[in-house]
Design a protein around this ligand. Structure first.
Ligand SMILES: [Zn+2]
Ligand SMILES: [Zn+2]
Length: 385
């Protein structure tokens, strides 16, 4: 593994930063202390720093000393999850019910390490834009930064990011051209029927019976409408109706999520869901309203920029530790919104251990220097030394 002594020397600092961020987790758009922590460090290394981008986002800009050239962006996410940490590390979350269960503490530490390295080694052309993004877990942070005029204020030609991945061994990198992660849509379906006495169902329009057939009908979209070569998930994750044993309620509420790996399949699935809701409403004489919220497109890597990541990974972890056709993941990441605006590549940093969002998850500090080495390689490859 080709990790330079200079990057290895950053490992201790990155561990300290990461564990400090871990102990003080903050959820989406509340990353005030984390953003201050990031901004203070960037400024202490004489990096141009801007705060409050997309509410709590931070931007660092490092200008190379070799003159004009392209601009590349690296993005890290900073937010934690609203869940309880069940692990007992010495740096355990001090905010009960908030937990860095997705490793964004590690991503932030890696990008800080990269910032420090590049601040001391500005022998590249063009510039590097460091994006410390809020609110990834609710897939709103990248859009908030774009709405704050990110692309005009801090222009970049291409964008790279990483996410730790416990399914891959520590010391490996996973990447693929095209869709790496899924689109995400959250849906809510409200069924309005007619309530009645539990013993007199003929006087009701029962939203529980209707909702049950709706859940089943939705499953036919993936099995009977989507091309079996394509990928799609429709999960109803909550079904709430009624309070007691002898009353048929008036309302039922279904909440869930749709995942796909392409925009056309996403549109097809959502259109079919609306059709099915409408059809069932007509056949049962009830009202069904479907609303969508929090959405992000699939994470799609450009072939050209994926090749840059592949070359960087060969230099950093070696070809034998590179999985260059890693299986796509049906989780989402809102870096997808940046990748819609500018070409780039999102890749996976192997780390072992429990899966992200598991209550015993913890970022593996041992792999942070691999993340920095990958970003440093991309600077060398794209902005020349
Ligand atoms: Zn997550
Ligand atoms: Zn995450």
């Amino acid at each position: 593994m080709a990790i330079s002594p200079e990057i290895q020397a950053l490992a201790t600092d990155m561990r300290v930063w990461r564990q400090q961020i871990h102990s003080q987790p903050e959820i989406a758009f509340k990353e005030h202390k984390t953003a201050n922590f990031v901004a203070e460090h960037l400024r202490s290394w004489d990096i141009e720093t801007h705060t409050g981008i997309g509410q709590t986002g931070v931007i660092g800009v490092i200008h190379g000393s070799l003159g004009f050239g392209p601009s590349i962006a690296f993005r890290a996410d900073m937010d934690a999850l609203p869940i309880v940490e069940e692990g007992q590390p010495s740096y355990r979350s001090q905010h009960h019910g908030i937990f860095h269960g997705c490793g964004h503490d590690g991503h932030t530490a890696i990008l800080l390490g990269t910032a420090r390295l590049l601040a001391q080694n500005r022998d590249f052309s063009g510039k590097v834009v460091l994006i410390f993004q809020p609110a990834e877990e609710i897939i709103q942070g990248s859009r908030a930064m774009l709405e704050d005029d990110l692309l005009r204020r801090f222009p970049f030609d291409e964008v790279y990011s990483l996410h730790n991945h416990p399914s891959l061994a520590a010391g490996t990198i996973g990447v693929r051209t095209g869709a790496l992660m899924a689109s995400v849509d959250f849906f809510s379906i409200r069924i309005t029927g007619i309530g009645s006495h539990g013993g007199m169902p003929h006087l009701s329009v029962d939203p529980i019976v209707i909702g049950s057939s709706l859940v089943t009908a939705l499953q036919s979209i993936v099995s009977r409408n989507v091309d079996p070569i394509e990928n799609a998930v429709i999960s109803v994750c909550s079904f709430q109706a009624g309070e007691t044993n002898n009353v048929i309620p008036e309302f039922a509420q279904l909440n869930g999520t749709v995942r796909t790996l392409s925009i056309p399949v996403r549109q097809q699935v959502i259109e079919r869901m609306r059709d099915i809701c409408q059809g069932i409403a007509v056949s049962h004489h009830c009202q069904i309203d479907m609303t969508l919220s929090n959405n992000t497109p699939p994470v799609v890597n450009s072939p050209e920029h994926t090749q840059h990541v592949i070359l960087a990974a060969k230099n950093v972890v070696g070809a034998h530790n590179l999985i260059d056709n890693v299986a796509p993941i049906m989780a989402g990441d809102d870096v997808a919104v940046f990748l819609q605006e500018r070409p780039g590549c999102h890749f996976l940093l192997g780390q072992d251990g429990p899966m992200c969002h598991h209550p015993h998850y913890d970022f593996n500090d041992e792999v942070a220097s691999i993340g920095v080495a990958m970003f440093e390689q991309l600077v060398r490859l794209r902005l020349g030394a």
